[in-house]
Design a protein around this ligand. Sequence first.
Ligand SMILES: [Zn+2]
Length: 194
Amino acid sequence: MAQTTDTPAESITYHLDAEDRIVWVSPDWGRFAEANDAAELADTAAVIGQRIWPFIDGLTERSLYQQFFDLVRNAGKPIRIPLRCDSPTHRRHLELQIGPLDDDDGLAICSHTLRIEPRPTVVLLDRRTVRSQMLVDICSFCLKVRSGNDWIETEQAVRSMRLFGDGPAPQLSHGVCPVCLPELYRRLNITPGP
Ligand SMILES: [Zn+2]
């Protein structure tokens, strides 16, 4: 059984302009990027001025984020989205808050780490691992993997689907699972609260 680690309030914030370009990141951006297995994004010079869309995997996820951004810009109120952002060795439970900025349709996006649980390494989530041609569907929000009609945790998927045996890991096709999708639409339809 993995132990839950009490983590200090860990969060990063970044700002988007009206064209969804990243115009500001909080000082701990680099450390957060390293902790989230995205060292190539740790250099703020590499991200400032870039539009956010290439950094979001999956058409469905990009579409949902576009709807979240539209909702926040139109309603002028923040919205909160639960999210998993695991590294190979840790389950990372985050909450994303998307809020309006005062000026010109900008957005403030805060990624807040709720808790982190260590676990045995899941190579499937190692972004640097060699991949086969096989594709498996993974939910961008809860990180469950599709196994037939079921969506199961990555650790279970690697075991029960014998995903890659001794060979390389399959490629991940990012989408949204049938549990997360209605929940995300519910958040889009309700009046976002504080
Ligand atoms: Zn999901």
